[in-house]
Design a protein around this ligand. Sequence first.
Ligand code: FPP
Length: 234
Amino acid sequence: MKIPNHIAIILDGNGRWAKAKGMPRSYGHVVGCDNLDKMCTIISEMGVKYLTVYAFSTENWKRNQAEVQVLMNLFRRYLKRCERSARKNGTRIKVIGDISALDPDIQERIRWAEEMTKDNDRLHFQIALNYGSRDEILRGMTRMAEDARAGLLPEGKITEDIFASYLDTAGIPDPDLMIRTSGEMRLSNFLLWQLAYTEFYFVDVPWPDFHKEQLLDAIEVYNGRDRRFGNAKS
Ligand code: FPP
């Protein structure tokens, strides 16, 4: 079975999963976070080199404030404890998104986690926090316009590679497989540029119930696809 080099996942359905069990939505996020930890180990052991997950979108601030606080506290706890799991899985952590809107202590923990794991090379793990693809493109293009004004860019010759180098994902290969759990069939402003040629897999299972077996199903479907990049075959 061919293992995708880069898997991107929209972690959806924590709230509905908890509600179906008569529990508060926050319980779903806690279990979802634990599941992410377990899945990172499984994904790393499978030989996947890059994993990118959508943990908190630029739209998620509009949620109930108590729920936003639960999520922020989960990120705090995760970032504080990630050293152990990062060492176990050989994980290099990188956060994508506009982190300037997060609380200063979370920003500090992000910098610490990125610095501490920067020499790990087995699994490159991108966590999208306060991430929106349109926001990422606008932030990148603002920097690109500044560089163009300063004469740092070739005039009239912006290539795909130059454009991509201004995105939060600069240097990271595009995803081969994008998985969205819990039945919704849209991208919700996730990696719009990077997913141009990615295979999509939508599954009804909510994120807390998405385990190794479900991942293998997704990879099997991916293996049955005839990948094309524009006119070229893979
Ligand atoms: C979507 O489920 C999920 C989120 C908005 C949060 C996802 C976050 C985690 C799984 C925790 C990740 C933790 C780290 C450290 C990266 P939903 O609440 O939209 O579910 P619903 O669609 O059923 O309402």
